[in-house]
Design a protein around this ligand. Sequence first.
Ligand SMILES: *[C@@H]1O[C@H](CO)[C@@H](O)[C@H](O)[C@H]1NC(C)=O
Length: 387
Amino acid sequence: MFIHTYVIITVSLLLISYCRSIHAGSIEPEQPPQYVRDISHCSNNYNSPVRGRPTSIHDLHPGDIKAIAVIGDSISAGLAMENAQTECITNASFIEYRGRSFDAGGDEGSITLPNFINHYTSGKLIGSSIGQRPMPTCPDTFFCTEAPPLPSVDHFNAAIPSGTTKDMTKQINYLIPRIGKTSPLSNEWKVLTIELGQNDLAISCFPDYNVVDFTARMTAGLKMIQENIDYVFINLLSVSNSEEEVTITNDYPGYRKTFCDNPSFDIHDQECYCCHVPLGLGDTVIDANVALFNLALQEIAVKFRPRGPDATFGVLYQPFSLSIDSLPYTAISNLDGFHPNIHLHQFFAKSLWNQMFLPKHEKEHKLHYDENLGIRCPGEDDRFETG
Ligand SMILES: *[C@@H]1O[C@H](CO)[C@@H](O)[C@H](O)[C@H]1NC(C)=O
């Protein structure tokens, strides 16, 4: 009996290893992806000669990308990313650190999506934001609804701090001469990230900002992009329950700074109107809308997905909703207890990059903050996922 079992086990093991070897012989053995702490540790020294421009969006390696662009709000503008080291703050404390913004920043050594891509383009990527600039302020609302671009810093980052889907046309019009069909980059591959909706949500207890309006404006915006910009891989980011964020820093008295000249001024009133509707009614509306907006974004992405094997345009939904419970207060700006600071920006950059290599069913559904999240090293044969 013992010998009998032994023989069966041995034969089974032999069979398994035999099947494995056939499998390995017929297709390339799959290497598990490598994750590193610093993109410079990823090999970009490939064996093959330099590739020509791919003809299809389904064949994009980071090294094929010639330019990066962004449509977004204060997060993409890098607002309030550096914690204030002073006792109290002033208007001048509100700085847009665009060069380190997770999806647009190109400052040397910064942990950003453009810098990850640039590792594979011999430093030739065009369009990343460089440096910083003061945020303009306006009476009554503090944030200005009309904030002119500053191309010498922004480059192809069209984000404006108060950006909602209502500003999409304006932002697209800024990008068209730079990356559109009549620009010098017309036929070069571009990555465009759309990070909008957080400000729509913050005022979604008002008419004109419900999911129907949001969907209509986002759809119209993408139509406009489709008509005017080609050879573009578009990341459409989902939205988060950011209305819950202030509760995190509220638990750490003294972390959030107050205005030197006006300690009772609560800037969060301006950042999230609906959060301050009595009895938490506004928060309830926002919470319901987060789910509705994300469903809408998924449907919109399907509508504008890459069509056919030769597509040169396509929108990819990137789940980007942050698990607020996973967030330490130290990853939120101490200027307002609301904006992501440098730690969260770096996590966002790594998350977005990693998501771009995962097919739909493998993408992280919800992002759980992890300061040690690894950066994926794409191999020579890896491509940005389009399915
Ligand atoms: C700060 O900005 C607001 C909005 O523009 C303005 O009303 C206020 O006077 C400014 N404060 C200072 C000290 O300049």
